[in-house]
Design a protein around this ligand. Structure first.
Ligand SMILES: [Zn+2]
Length: 154
């Protein structure tokens, strides 16, 4: 039987995939989110290059429970933020490796540092990003969708 954390993560994943589709037209077949109850030293992680192997794979550790308690937020909301953040890493990886035009959009908006780009996904998907950031991310995600899901070359 699924644990409380696994159920919260499953709900968060469904919500995130729905938001990705309704807001940015991106239909992921799946995002794999695996709960590692005994994972230590991280709350969530993107397994690099997994997006090229079917669908992106994220790990969420049992530490999410204490993180949620500290933040005073629900497991589902914190899991949602983790998934949004890790999805940002997957998009960043794609941009750096696959398309010079997409990479220029990322670099112009966020520089070389990957973390602010990924963390901005949390604000974006929580609906708290500023207007400029929202516009920049919309541009990135439009091009990402075209390249990764509609097979458009640059
Ligand atoms: Zn990160």
């Amino acid at each position: 039987m699924d644990t409380r954390l696994e159920r919260a993560v499953a709900r968060a994943k469904r919500r995130f995939m729905g938001d990705l589709k309704s807001r940015y037209g991106i239909s992921e077949d799946d995002i794999r989110v695996v709960v590692k109850p005994r994972g230590r030293g991280y709350v969530s992680m993107y397994r690099s290059r997994s997006q090229y192997d079917g669908s992106p794979l994220f790990w969420i550790s049992g530490s999410l429970e204490s993180a949620a308690a500290e933040l005073g937020e629900s497991l589902e909301d914190v899991a949602y933020d983790c998934i949004a953040h890790e999805y940002g890493h997957a998009v960043h990886e794609f941009a750096a490796a696959q398309d010079a035009g997409l990479w220029r959009l990322v670099e112009r908006g966020w520089g070389y540092d990957e973390e602010p780009f990924a963390e901005g996904f949390v604000w974006l998907f929580r609906g708290l990003a500023g207007t400029d950031d929202k516009t920049r991310y919309a541009g990135v995600l439009r091009r990402y969708r075209a390249l990764a899901f509609e097979g458009e070359g640059s």
